[in-house]
Design a protein around this ligand. Structure first.
Ligand SMILES: Nc1nc2c(ncn2[C@@H]2O[C@H](COP(=O)(O)OP(=O)(O)O)[C@@H](O)[C@H]2O)c(=O)[nH]1
Ligand SMILES: [Mg+2]
Length: 204
C-alpha cells in the first residue's frame, strides 16, 4: 500500500486537509494511527466534525506526531487503498522545545520513507506583491521541494486558495511554478480536491 505524506510548515492546513480530504473520499469515521517519536502507536477514531475540532487550530504545533489514516476509495467500479499521513509542521531553525524538535525529526524521517510527498504551502503567507515572482518560498519549503523533485513522486499543494485576493490570477501562480505538479486547493471549501483525487488515484 502506498504512503502519501502531507508535509509543510506549521499552520498551512495539513491536518484540516487530511481530515476533509478523507471525508471527501467517503470516510465517515476517521481512524487515526498516531505514531510518536519513539515509534509507539495509539489509535483514535473521530467523525470529521470532531477531528476538525480537536486536531486542527490556529496555534502552531497542534500536531506533534505522525497521524496515519488508511483510506479505501473508489473511482467508477474500481477501488484503491492508500495511507494518508499527517505530520508535525516544519520550521527553519532549531525549536526550543525538545518534544517539537523530536517530532520534526520524525517528520523528516517520514519524508525519506514516503511514496508520495504532498508538500503543502499557504498562499496567504507566500504573496510578496513587491516582487516580479511574487510567490516566494521560505528556505524550508525550497528544501522540501528540492528533495521531493529529485524523486518523481512529489506534488505541491498550494492551500488556502479561498483567501487569494481577487486580483491575483490562478494562472499567474501556475506559471511561476511551471513544470511542478501543482494543485490549488482549499482545505476549507474542498476546491481542488477532485483534481488531487485523480492524481492520487493514478499514483496508488
Ligand atoms: N481560510 C482557510 N483556512 C484554512 C485552510 N486550511 C486550514 N485553515 C486554517 O488554518 C489553521 C491551521 O490549520 P491546521 O490544519 O491545524 O494546520 P497544520 O498545522 O498545517 O496542520 C486552522 O485555523 C485552519 O482552520 C484553508 O484552506 N483556508
Ligand atoms: Mg496539524
Amino acid at each position: 500500500m502506498r504512503n502519501c505524506l502531507v508535509i509543510g510548515k506549521t499552520n498551512v492546513g495539513k491536518t484540516l486537509f487530511v481530515i476533509n480530504f478523507a471525508a471527501y473520499l467517503g470516510i465517515k469515521k476517521i481512524r487515526f494511527t498516531l505514531v510518536d517519536s519513539l515509534g509507539r502507536q495509539h489509535f483514535r477514531e473521530y467523525t470529521p466534525e470532531l477531528a476538525r475540532k480537536y486536531l486542527t487550530g490556529g496555534k502552531p504545533h497542534h500536531t506533534r506526531c505522525l497521524q496515519n489514516v488508511t483510506i479505501k476509495f473508489s473511482v467508477g467500479k474500481g477501488q484503491k487503498k492508500l495511507i494518508l499521513t499527517d505530520s508535525t509542521g516544519l520550521k527553519d531553525g532549531i525549536h526550543p522545545k525538545e518534544e517539537i524538535r523530536k517530532a520534526m525529526a520524525q517528520t523528516l524521517g517520514a519524508l525519506v520513507e514516503a511514496d508520495l510527498i504532498m508538500h503543502m504551502v499557504d498562499i496567504s503567507q507566500m504573496a510578496d506583491l513587491g516582487q516580479e515572482n511574487f510567490f516566494t518560498l521560505e528556505l524550508i519549503d525550497r528544501q522540501i521541494m528540492d528533495f521531493g523533485r529529485e524523486r518523481s513522486s512529489y506534488l505541491l499543494l498550494i492551500n488556502k486558495i479561498d483567501l487569494l485576493q481577487s486580483h491575483i490570477s490562478r494562472e499567474k501562480i501556475k506559471q511561476q511554478f511551471s513544470g511542478i505538479p501543482l494543485f490549488l486547493v482549499s482545505s476549507v471549501t474542498g476546491e481542488g480536491f477532485p483534481e488531487v483525487k485523480s492524481y492520487v488515484w493514478n499514483f496508488v
